[in-house]
Structures are given as structure tokens and as C-alpha cells.
Design a protein around this ligand. Structure first.
Ligand SMILES: N[C@@H](CCC(=O)N[C@@H](CS)C(=O)NCC(=O)O)C(=O)O
Length: 203
């Protein structure tokens, strides 16, 4: 498998999951501005959506959309319990979290990267984001991970998008359970390996 990624973006989530599952994969770096891959190809011919993450399977199929990619990967090794079995109520709960992260946290914070957005709009976005953080704080005050005692693909995704707070000068220490949660995930060897690989710009 090949993971098309860009450092410090949402593709870190499937990257972590690939390493958690100890699957064989190759990283291909994408320059999100030029839309060129590190091996000199036009990324738009690989994924016409023009954004990471994209996962290329051995048979040439291309899968996009982070929440779909991480569930596909988790199902390759169900014994690692990164996602409950498809069709179970617990799986629907996981999907509920993945959708919350993608629409409320990922999409809700990505706009803050836009330097053209007026400060008043950014302030409204921050306020909304903070209400979502309050909800996460309540959830994580009662359990170690989003769905309970075990790390799942939803945690890989939430960890990834919360990591952007450092670019927006958002102090996560105002949400202590959330801060402790990030520290817990930071300690995972697969997470460290993914961060190191991206920092050394592998691919
Ligand atoms: N809906 C997509 C969004 C992916 C996305 O926003 N990717 C960003 C990085 S976090 C990107 O590559 N943006 C470049 C662009 O849109 O040109 C998903 O959830 O996977």
C-alpha cells in the first residue's frame, strides 16, 4: 500500500493507524501547493480531489477521505481492535465520533489556517470550536479514549487535528482532560514513529 501524505496535515491520522497495525506501506509525500508528489508526479492525476490523505491499494484502487481510510485499515486487522466489528452498535458509535471530528473539529479548525479570513470571523470559529472542546473535555474526563478504555482510529484522528492548535495559538491547557489525552497518545510508539518519519520528510 502507498499512503500519499503531507507533513502535519490530516494524513497523519491514517499514517498513525498504518503503524499501529504494523502494516507494510510506503509513504509518498505530496506538496500541497504545487500538487506534485515527491517522485515527480502530478498528484491531481492520482487523486482528482487534490488533497491528502489518499491510500493506494496493491490492486491499484485509490481510497480517499480520512474516516473511510482509517476504517478500511482497521478492518484489515480486526484483532488489533482499532475499530469494533462492522455492523455492531459500537462501530456506529465510532462512526459518530469520526463524523464529529471531521465536520466539527477538522473542518471547524482548518479555516483558521486561512490568512485571508478576517479576525472577526476567526474569532467566531474559535468560539464554536471551544464549545466542541468543552464537549470533548466532558467525555475524556470519564474515559481514557473517545469510545472507552482502548485507543481506536477515532483517537488517531482527533489527536491529529488537535495538534493544529499550536499553529493557532490555542492553549489546550484550558481543557485539562484533553491535554492529558493528547499526552497519553503522544507516548504511543506508533505515534512517535509517524511523527519522526514525517519530520524527516520520508517519501
Ligand atoms: N474531506 C477530506 C479533507 C482532506 C483535507 O482537508 N486535506 C488537507 C490537509 S488536512 C489538504 O490536503 N488540503 C490541500 C488542498 O485542499 O488543496 C478528508 O477528510 O480526508
Amino acid at each position: 500500500m502507498k499512503l500519499y501524505y503531507a507533513p502535519n496535515t490530516c494524513s497523519l491520522s491514517p499514517h498513525i493507524v498504518l503503524r499501529e497495525l504494523e502494516l507494510e506501506f510506503e509513504l509518498v509525500k505530496v506538496d500541497n501547493r504545487s500538487k506534485r508528489t515527491s517522485d515527480g508526479r502530478d498528484f491531481l492525476t492520482i487523486n482528482p480531489k487534490g488533497y491528502v490523505a489518499a491510500l493506494e491499494l496493491e490492486d491499484g484502487k485509490m481510497l480517499t477521505e480520512g474516516p473511510a481510510i482509517v476504517q478500511f485499515l482497521a478492518d484489515l486487522k480486526p484483532e488489533r481492535t482499532l475499530a469494533p466489528p462492522a455492523g455492531s452498535w459500537e462501530r456506529v458509535r465510532l462512526q459518530e465520533w469520526l463524523n464529529f471530528i471531521t465536520s466539527e473539529i477538522h473542518a471547524g479548525s482548518a479555516l483558521l489556517f486561512n490568512s485571508q479570513l478576517p479576525e472577526e470571523v476567526k474569532s467566531l470559529l474559535r468560539e464554536k470550536l471551544f464549545r466542541r472542546f468543552d464537549l470533548l473535555e466532558n467525555t475524556l474526563s470519564e474515559k481514557n479514549f473517545l469510545t472507552g478504555a482502548f485507543f481506536t482510529v477515532a483517537d488517531a484522528y482527533l489527536y491529529t487535528v488537535l495538534g493544529w492548535c499550536r499553529y493557532f495559538a490555542i492553549e489546550l491547557k484550558n481543557w485539562p482532560a484533553l491535554t492529558a489525552y493528547i499526552a497519553r497518545i503522544d507516548e504511543r510508539p506508533a505515534v512517535q514513529a509517524a511523527l519522526i518519519a514525517e519530520a524527516s520528510c520520508q517519501g
